[in-house]
Design a protein around this ligand. Structure first.
Ligand SMILES: C[S@@+](CC[C@H](N)C(=O)[O-])C[C@H]1O[C@@H](n2cnc3c(N)ncnc32)[C@H](O)[C@@H]1O
Ligand SMILES: [Zn+2]
Length: 609
């Protein structure tokens, strides 16, 4: 990094290139740098913007956090909330119609009021989130709980006309000053997605700045009215985008969201949930242990979902993951929270332990914590679930394939990571790649299509990397298509994982995968002494051949469906210096805390025991 000059007396922060959409503006006689993202603009005091040795500006945040790389997270979130709102309102309408259909005649029960079930049915127009009369649109409120500049709240109100209010909360007074300033600026200088019906002035006026601890704010919606202060209502959507882990906010968030509402949660502490360097910290935060594996990021997503599900279960609510993504250096999950004590009972059987051969061949075995067995009712009509204890354990202390010591990971979420209906609807609303608002559509499209591919294999968590398999048996790596073809030929499903390039998710058991690798070696012979006695690969190759399996490395069979032109499946290092960034106001050259990022040094340093 070159020498920097600066225009303020503060210490330097790690540098990031300024986004392309930045310009200088003067507001109330003070100079700011204005950064445009989506339809919103956020201002940063000019006095704290840095110049590099070439005199080029580099971004500093005037004490308030902003990471341009997270535009992908924010674009995804705006569009995910749009998709969710369509599903949410169509469900509400359907429920209301069902109630109306079984309601008493008009003379007995009014159309708005008590139905025969004691429930309220609502006229259609009151559920019309697209009604031209914005004032009469149904409540759809968002809490941007850790807002920093207010950028998310600004984008949600400007880009999503169905949002009736957004609260932009931060406990840092300088962040709330920045939120207020940005609201005023956007009222006058931005254009909303619906300028005729809801001009930016009105759209942005729906943002309520709030100074306070996010936990306290979320718990306050549960309290009875205190004195004259009006009781806050629960939110349809809560966005948690903290430094590091969202775990401390989960208990409040699962209670402060409406029944059927949406939580959008970021965790940037990949060093905690995707490596074993801080396993004790991972357990304290997420209630489960991480794994050392190629698939540690998928395990991390499952640890985060486990933490949300167990937080929710105490209150008789359960989670429905809509989309769970491992992105760059962080995890982002979009999860619905629903009231349903009957569903909550399934939590133990939707939770698993992982036995992982992390020092040997990399195979894994899974075990559900609880048992839920479907039984037929005595009447012979219908079924019910019988819950019980699972047998323990599903595997011994040593790996059944290579004899190495197995280590334990979890407990973690064993259920689906994504919802088919949600992802399909999301794909259907995507704007074209050359749209003027969302700069990351090719990457969003690639991620969503890859996530959709994973869904048929939702009962088979985790994945293989052909290179890693070949390293174990010291062979040439089979081409991805050939390996996929061999598995498909045997009748198994295959897909790629969004978590890693060149991954193969499959429902083929490990012994079949190793048999495929043995046959690959028959085709691509190696030196006889390629493997030392007693290595994991040696032991795997010593096992007798399974003559029942006919294996062909048919590349045509393993060929993937062509992806659309311009779609980005995996983004490698989106820009120079990308990462979680330092906390706002961090001192000279302060890097993000190691618990907020994945550290390969730590993975190497702290071996599992
Ligand atoms: C990562 S930044 C948020 C970035 C922002 N969501 C965005 O997309 O640009 C985290 C913010 O949370 C705030 N914060 C941290 N702990 C908090 C808490 N307990 N309650 C409220 N705000 C908090 C910090 O002041 C900081 O502004
Ligand atoms: Zn093994």
């Amino acid at each position: 990094m070159g020498k920097r000059t600066r225009t303020s007396t503060q210490d330097p922060l790690p540098s990031k290139p300024l986004p392309a959409h930045s310009s200088d503006v003067t507001v109330d006689g003070k100079e700011f740098v204005a950064i445009k993202e989506g339809l919103a603009t956020v201002l940063f005091p000019k006095t704290s913007v840095w110049l590099d040795k070439h005199g080029k500006e580099i971004e500093e945040r005037g004490g308030v956090f902003y990471n341009p790389i997270q535009q992908f997270n924010r674009d995804l979130s705006v569009l995910a909330i749009k998709t969710f709102s369509e599903i949410y309102f169509s469900e509400k309408k359907a429920r209301s119609h069902r109630k109306k259909n079984v309601q008493k005649p008009q003379s007995v029960a009014s159309t708005v009021g008590e139905g025969p079930e004691g429930a309220t049915s609502v006229p259609d127009e009151e559920l019309d989130a697209t009604s031209p009369n914005h004032a009469s649109r149904p409540k759809f409120t968002i809490l941007d709980a850790l807002s920093a500049t207010g950028l998310r709240a600004l984008r949600y109100t400007l880009e999503l006309p169905m949002v009736t209010s957004a609260t932009a909360n931060d406990m840092d007074p300088s962040a709330v000053d920045s939120i207020r300033r940005n609201i005023e600026y956007n009222k006058r200088h931005s254009v909303s997605a619906d300028p005729q019906e809801l001009p930016a002035l009105e759209a942005v006026s729906r943002i309520k700045p709030s100074l306070g601890n996010a936990q306290h704010h979320m718990y306050s919606v549960l309290s009875p009215i205190q004195g004259d202060s009006p009781r806050l209502a629960k939110y349809e959507v809560i966005d948690l985008d903290p430094y590091g882990s969202a775990a401390p906010f989960l208990d409040a968030a699962v209670q402060a969201v409406t029944d059927g509402g949406l939580l959008c949660i970021t965790c940037t502490d990949a060093g905690v949930w995707a490596s074993t360097g801080y396993s004790e910290k991972c357990f304290s935060l997420y209630g489960g242990l991480p794994v050392k594996a190629e698939w540690s990021h998928e395990a991390g997503l499952r640890l985060i979902l486990h933490s949300i599900a167990t937080s929710a279960a105490k209150y008789g609510v359960y989670i429905e993951p809509l989309l769970s993504l491992s992105i760059d250096f962080y995890a982002r999950v979009w999860v619905r929270i629903r009231h349903g004590p009957a569903e909550v009972k399934k939590l133990a059987s939707s939770t698993m332990i992982v036995y992982n051969c992390d020092e040997g061949c990399g195979s894994w075995e899974l075990q559900r914590l609880g048992k839920a067995k479907e039984n037929i009712n005595k009447s012979g009509k219908g079924t019910f679930l019988k819950f019980g204890l699972a047998r323990a354990p599903t595997v011994g202390e040593h790996c059944p394939h290579c004899g190495s010591t197995m280590h334990l990971g979890g407990p973690m979420w064993a259920g689906p990571l994504h919802s088919t209906a949600f992802v399909e609807q999301f794909i259907s609303i995507l704007p074209p790649a050359d749209n003027p608002i969302y700069g990351t559509i090719p990457r969003i499209t690639g991620m969503l299509h890859t996530a959709l591919q994973e869904i048929p294999l939702e009962d088979s968590p985790f994945f293989h990397i052909p290179n890693r398999l070949s390293k174990i048996v010291h062979s040439e790596a089979p081409p991805n298509a050939a390996l996929r073809g061999a598995l498909v030929g045997l009748g198994y499903k295959v897909a790629r994982s969004h978590c890693k390039p060149n991954s193969i998710k499959t429902n083929a058991p490990h012994h079949v995968v190793w048999e495929v690798m043995k046959r690959w070696i028959e085709q691509k012979p190696r030196k006889d002494d390629a493997l030392k006695f007693s290595t994991p690969g040696f032991k795997i190759l010593q096992k007798p051949k399974d003559e029942n399996l006919t294996i062909a490395f048919d590349k045509e069979l393993g060929k993937e469906e062509d992806k659309a032109a311009g779609v980005v499946r995996y983004q490698v290092n989106p820009t120079a210096n990308w990462g979680p960034m330092a906390r706002a106001g961090a001192s000279a050259n302060q890097r993000p805390h190691p618990l907020e990022q994945e550290s390969s040094e730590n993975i190497k340093k702290r071996k599992v025991v």
